[in-house]
Design a protein around this ligand. Structure first.
Ligand SMILES: [Zn+2]
Ligand SMILES: [Zn+2]
Length: 452
């Protein structure tokens, strides 16, 4: 028996000091770093891991990735991940621990940085969960892998840890766990089986026309007009090709062409962000994007084929129903009415790259962080969409009461999985970093920033 007692009972009776949680969270919050440039944050996490002498720590995995492993006798191996990068956002909260930090981005411009996605809360909570698990190790056996991941916002961090030999550095997990803070009543824990986060496909398209003097359009193949018709025609994919009861997003998020009013440029660039729950539908829509862009280029008389660059391809986060069935009753037991069903979220995550690399099942859940009074007021006035800041908004700020909840959720879920017997899985079941293959596509990893 690898558990003595229930996860809820073990966590509720843990003799652990978590009085440092808030202070450490505020320290991380004050000092956000861009994806791939988390040098200070990784060093700070490593310093905190010094408090856990029995956990074997490995740093510098795929950049600034870190693992800490506690081998505590026979039993399953459970991996739990927290990400720790920030965003190029200027914080607009009024707390005394608001970020005033800035960093150089990949173009060498100084940009303000903010933990606008709550990754500082994830990291603090995982250190908190390690404290609970460390303090209760007489009551469980097995192996816990705490994984701290950089560069989630660039969709490259998990992939780089996997391709840098993660599998050789840690014991193979039986199951992987992860969590994210979201707008919602602070301290509410949301779980669901099946697809909970979308897949994400980012496409950069270059359209090649022919440049000319602006007064001589008959001598040009105008890529500005071509880009305009491509943008409009792409809107018909979701409205005319996707079944009305299916979810799909095809957003043209960027259009760039020309620098001067008297020059017809020779090319235009558009960038798309596409989101899906269903892989078959994703392939269909990506094919439609290529078909429309190529056909519009032909219709405009382009002599050169458009160029497609697929960046940051990510699979959907599709929770294993078996892991959900194991963890959810323990969340219900520990959190009572605050353990509720999760609605699918249209955002995307690279978390699932980790379990897919090992060929093992996973569960990803969310924790609400909005102060209750603010949430209730917005809900009463029907203004949730207007008044509650989403992740990546300059006013996104976790209520401090959500920190112990995310900490306990992580510990309960790990214990829940330690108490289960997992089937043997063949070692070659994993995928190498979960890059959906596109035959005519170059999957390029993106470095979004460099250290200042
Ligand atoms: Zn984010
Ligand atoms: Zn995030």
């Amino acid at each position: 028996m690898s558990l003595q007692g229930t996860p809820a009972d073990i966590v509720a009776n843990a003799d652990a000091d978590l009085s440092w949680l808030e202070g450490l969270y505020k320290t991380f919050h004050r000092h956000p770093e861009l994806s791939g440039a988390e040098e200070w944050t990784a060093a700070r996490i490593t310093e905190e891991l010094g408090r856990f002498p029995d956990w074997e720590v490995t740093t510098g995995i795929g950049g600034y990735g870190i693992t800490a492993v506690l081998a505590n006798g026979d039993g399953p191996t459970v991996l739990i991940r927290a990400d720790f990068d920030g965003l190029p956002v200027a914080e607009a909260t009024d707390v005394d621990y608001a970020s005033t930090h800035s960093q150089l981005d990949e173009q060498g411009r100084r940009v303000p940085t903010m933990h606008a996605c709550g990754h500082d809360a994830h990291t603090t909570s995982l250190l908190g969960a390690m404290t609970l698990l460390d303090a209760t190790r007489e009551r469980w056996s097995g192996t816990v892998v705490a994984l701290f991941q950089p560069a989630e916002e660039a969709s490259t961090g998990a992939h780089r840890m996997v391709t840098d030999g993660l599998a050789d550095l840690i014991p193979r997990p039986d199951v992987c766990l992860g969590q994210h803070v979201v707008p919602g009543p602070a301290g509410r824990v949301f779980t669901a089986p099946g697809p909970v986060l979308t897949s994400s496909t980012t496409v950069e398209i270059t359209l090649f026309g022919r440049g000319a003097h602006a007064s001589m359009p008959h001598r040009a193949v105008d890529p500005v007009v071509l880009a305009a018709s491509v943008v409009m025609k792409l809107q018909t994919i979701v409205s005319r090709e996707v079944p009305p009861d299916k979810f799909a997003v095809v957003t043209v998020a960027s259009v760039e062409a020309g620098k001067a009013s008297n020059v017809i440029p020779d090319s235009a660039r558009i960038a798309l962000s596409c989101r899906f729950y269903d892989e078959v539908l994703r392939k269909k829509c990506v094919d439609a994007v290529k078909r429309i862009v190529r056909a519009e280029a032909v219709a405009s008389g382009c002599e050169r084929e458009p160029d497609f660059r697929f960046l940051g391809l990510l699979g959907a986060t599709d929770n294993d129903p078996g892991v959900f069935d194991i963890v959810r009753p323990d969340f219900d037991a520990h959190f009572g009415d605050e353990s509720v069903d999760m609605e699918p979220w249209t955002a995307s995550e690279d978390f699932s790259v980790l379990p897919k690399a090992f060929g093992v099942p996973y569960l990803f859940w969310t924790v609400g962080i909005t102060p209750r009074r603010q949430w209730d007021r917005a809900e009463r006035s029907g203004r949730l969409d207007v008044d509650i800041p989403t992740n990546h908004n300059p006013a996104f700020l976790p209520d401090l009461s959500s920190l112990p909840v995310a900490t306990e959720a992580a510990a309960v879920a790990v214990l829940s999985c330690l108490g289960h017997e997992w089937p043997e899985r063949p070692a070659d079941e994993g995928e190498d970093g979960d890059r959906p293959s596109e035959s005519d596509v170059e999957a390029t990893s993106v470095e979004t920033s460099r250290a200042d």
